[in-house]
Design a protein around this ligand. Structure first.
Ligand code: NAP
Length: 331
């Protein structure tokens, strides 16, 4: 089969051996996969415990073409999406030390076939195309836990989602709007701010503007009950002042790196809850799929490229010109 293989000194499509499912596993012939920032972090060598060679890719939708034991034969020929969380463990508050995300070290979905434990399979939501379904798992799970479990979002609350071009941010916007929240956003692109309004955001501000926080406060008529951020860096100090006293700031990433001169006093004086969030439990994955089916949410797709052009998809992710998910299709 063809797979995108990352080696210490190369990154490209190679012919590799077709993986065989063991008992308890299934093999999926991929119809579509999607990129995440994680894939690019690993490609750049900026991820913990990278093991080479690696087949990246956490998101995928495909057809089950083989199972490792006959008692799982009912999955054969079904169109499925894959929960990329492996081994969360028993504690819903945090993942086990042995937790893994599909796509390094376990071979991932940027290949014609992937083998996963059968309990990672879910039937594709009926209203989604294979490409839209492939765009959902990692971003949808991260957004669901961040908003509803960690952020305890309620209808009518005022929410800020930063960097709305991001794959997680945009699905979080779609979820929060469906849940009846009043959502505002930031972006480095005015065009993305406009597009966010078409998805139901009430307004947005360009974070490149020197007074972006004042503009945002004016636009939203004050501070936010809940702020969702994955940028981190210096702007995080400003987000502390944009969160209502007693409000919640959920962070699920640090694209800009650590927060310099963290303003701790703003945290205790404003009685803030700062909560970290990563991916989610199996229960949250199931709840996310139900939410998506119930509200007939279709993840925003930025672009679709054939697998033969997967390297151009990585370039687009790096450029941050995208809005929503970058999908790879297997003809
Ligand atoms: N903890 C988890 O489970 C988890 C899961 C998924 C992702 N993440 C992390 O979350 C981050 C985003 O991932 P992703 O896949 O959604 O991202 P992505 O699609 O690669 O997008 C990154 C986005 O970051 C935004 N950004 C850049 N500079 C910013 C700034 N100064 N302020 C606010 N936003 C800024 C940009 O938004 P605009 O284009 O709108 O400017 C850009 O589109 C990454 O750090 C990733 O590693 C964590």
């Amino acid at each position: 089969m063809r797979a995108l293989v990352l080696r210490e000194d190369s990154f490209g499509i190679e012919e590799v051996e077709l993986p065989q499912p063991q008992p308890g596993e299934a093999r999926v012939r991929l119809l579509a996969a999607a990129l995440n920032r994680r894939d690019e972090w690993i490609r750049q060598g900026k991820y913990a415990r990278i093991r080479y060679p690696a087949i990246l890719g956490s998101d995928g939708c495909g057809v089950v073409d083989a199972v490792g034991s006959p008692d799982h034969a009912a999955w054969l020929h079904k169109t499925v999406i894959i929960n990329p969380s492996l081994g969360w463990g028993d504690n819903p508050r945090a993942q086990a030390l042995t937790y893994e995300i599909l796509g390094m070290p376990r071979p991932g979905t940027l290949a014609e076939y992937v083998v996963v434990p059968v309990d990672r399979l879910h039937e594709k939501p009926a209203h989604l195309s294979a490409e839209a379904a492939a765009a959902l798992p990692l971003a949808g799970l991260t957004a669901y836990r961040a908003l509803f479990t960690q952020g305890a979002l309620q209808a009518g609350q005022k929410v800020l989602i930063t960097g709305i071009g991001g794959g997680v941010a945009v699905i979080a916007l779609q979820f929060a709007v469906a849940a009846g929240a009043n959502v505002f956003v930031t972006s480095g692109s005015d065009e993305k701010l406009q597009r966010a309004q078409h998805l139901g955001a009430l307004g947005g501000v360009n974070y490149r503007h020197p007074n972006w926080d004042r503009l945002l406060r004016e636009l939203a008529d004050g501070e936010f009950d809940l702020v969702l951020d994955s940028a981190g860096g210096e702007p995080f100090n400003t987000l502390l002042t944009l969160t209502k006293p007693g409000g919640t700031l959920v962070c699920y990433g640090a694209t800009l790196g650590p927060v310099p001169e963290f303003h701790l006093a703003r945290v205790f004086w404003r009685q803030l809850r700062i909560i970290g969030s990563t991916m989610g439990t199996d229960e949250e994955f199931r709840a996310m799929l139900e939410f998506v089916s119930h509200h007939r949410i279709v993840p925003l797709i930025d672009s679709v490229v054939p697998f033969s052009e997967v390297l151009s998809a990585f370039e687009r992710l790096r450029s941050e010109a995208h809005m929503g998910k970058i999908v790879v299709r297997f003809a």
